[in-house]
Design a protein around this ligand. Structure first.
Ligand SMILES: Nc1ncnc2c1ncn2[C@@H]1O[C@H](COP(=O)(O)OP(=O)(O)O)[C@@H](O)[C@H]1O
Ligand SMILES: [Mg+2]
Length: 250
């Protein structure tokens, strides 16, 4: 039985005159990949800010390794749809930023970040600047930086939302392989049903705002997953189950 890394317990959050999260509970175990699928505006990014400790819920708690971290940042790292790389710094220094911030010396930080460049498909681009890279490469650099912030829990908020369909698909494929290699626990926010199924061990389907968990769907598809999975009967059945619940919310 894998250990529970992250537990979100009955979170509620309202903005003035805007009930946003009504009651959200979810769990993420060690080395697991879990997605939160919900319609636009239902409160997914709000939930992420709460999990990251950047906002406080009105009720409920966030536990990491069994300890409450509600309203306290620093324990998980998270990545937005926009890559937020520093345009005046090389890709290597952008990736190594979390290590610089931790006080690691420049030489050592660069060396440690560089070790991951091959896995992240960035080898040879260490000294390029963000503007010289494709959208997919920038997202991979941002993901590497996120990973170096906190190696065990990654929160990804629609990380591929700004990419074109082809790049998005190859990034989803790549991400599936890389998280397996890194053994990270990942919570992904998305409104893309295929992305959620393809990558996840479990999918939480949220309702419209004020959001509740409408359905929890386990994804028992074997890994590594291949592209022909999209025509697999189990895959199609899972997609129907999720769509049946999700389409009523969009
Ligand atoms: N800081 C805030 N103050 C007031 N309203 C907010 C704030 N952040 C988000 N909202 C509102 O809460 C709702 C959910 O937003 P968000 O969490 O960004 O949704 P999602 O990420 O699912 O698209 C939206 O209606 C948004 O306008
Ligand atoms: Mg959002």
């Amino acid at each position: 039985m894998k250990e529970t890394k992250l537990k979100v317990n009955q979170i509620r959050k309202a903005f003035p005159n805007l009930p946003t999260l009504q009651n959200i509970s979810l769990e993420l175990s060690e080395s697991q990949f879990v997605s939160v699928l919900g319609p636009s505006g239902c409160g997914k990014s709000t939930l992420f800010s709460i999990i990251a400790g950047l906002a406080s819920p009105d009720a409920g708690e966030v536990l990491i390794d069994g300890q409450s971290v509600t309203g306290r940042p620093g324990r998980v790292s998270f990545m937005h749809q926009k890559d937020l790389l520093l345009p005046w710094k090389s890709i290597l220094d952008n990736a190594a930023l979390p290590l610089f911030l931790q006080g690691v010396s420049t030489g050592e930080a660069r060396e440690r970040a560089q070790q991951y460049f091959h896995l992240f498909g960035l080898a040879g681009f260490e000294n390029y600047y963000p503007a010289q890279l494709s959208g997919g490469m920038r997202q991979r650099a941002a993901l590497l930086r996120t990973f170096l912030f906190s190696k065990d829990i990654l929160l990804l908020d629609e990380p591929f939302g700004g990419l074109d369909a082809m790049t998005r698909q190859s990034m989803q494929h790549w991400l599936m392989e890389v998280v397996q290699e890194l053994k990270a626990s990942v919570l992904l926010i998305t409104h893309d049903v295929d992305e959620a199924i393809w990558l996840s061990d479990r999918v939480y389907v949220l309702s419209r705002r004020p959001a509740v968990v409408k359905k929890v769907v386990e994804i028992p598809l074997k890994r590594p997953r291949q592209m022909n999975l999209f025509t697999d009967a189990t895959y199609i059945a899972l997609k129907e189950t999720i769509l049946d619940c999700f389409q009523r919310e969009v």
